[in-house]
Design a protein around this ligand. Sequence first.
Ligand SMILES: [Zn+2]
Ligand SMILES: [Zn+2]
Length: 174
Amino acid sequence: MRIATKDLGEGVYPFYFEATPEELELPQDETRFSHPVVVDGSLSAAGGKWVVQACVATRATYECSRCLTIFEEEIVGDMAVLYEKSAGAPPDEADALAVSGDIVLLPLDAGEIDISDRVEEAIVLAIPMKPLCREDCRGLCPKCGIDLNQDRCNCTAEEVDTRWVALRKLIKEE
Ligand SMILES: [Zn+2]
Ligand SMILES: [Zn+2]
């Protein structure tokens, strides 16, 4: 995902990229990507600096961390990075130097910007830590393993909520 900056005058340039998770070297041990990564953004060139803003999106299949159902969901992230040339950057263009999360230094003779690393980072940050098939997933019964989204079991009734204990006490005392 390279953008040529060599003969680029000042202005705003929209861009669009598509790449497979393999091409972006996204970690695939825990996340199973089911769609290519789409990058939709713009590059603003001004004063010898470039600001890249983009929305990155793909889809992946997960196993719900509560009920173990397999489901597919969109991954959406965004990135905003300032690229500037600096004598302090490594001479090899491939080793652009990240000063902070938002600023990347390029070698003085750089003729292009490679945003692949930043796209990969934006996707990784947007991957949910604890995927849920839905916000209010009830999960599996810890005793009998039944899927509480679809069924009910008797075990749950046995698990006495402390609030009920207090209530029953009150009822008995009356
Ligand atoms: Zn679930
Ligand atoms: Zn149960």
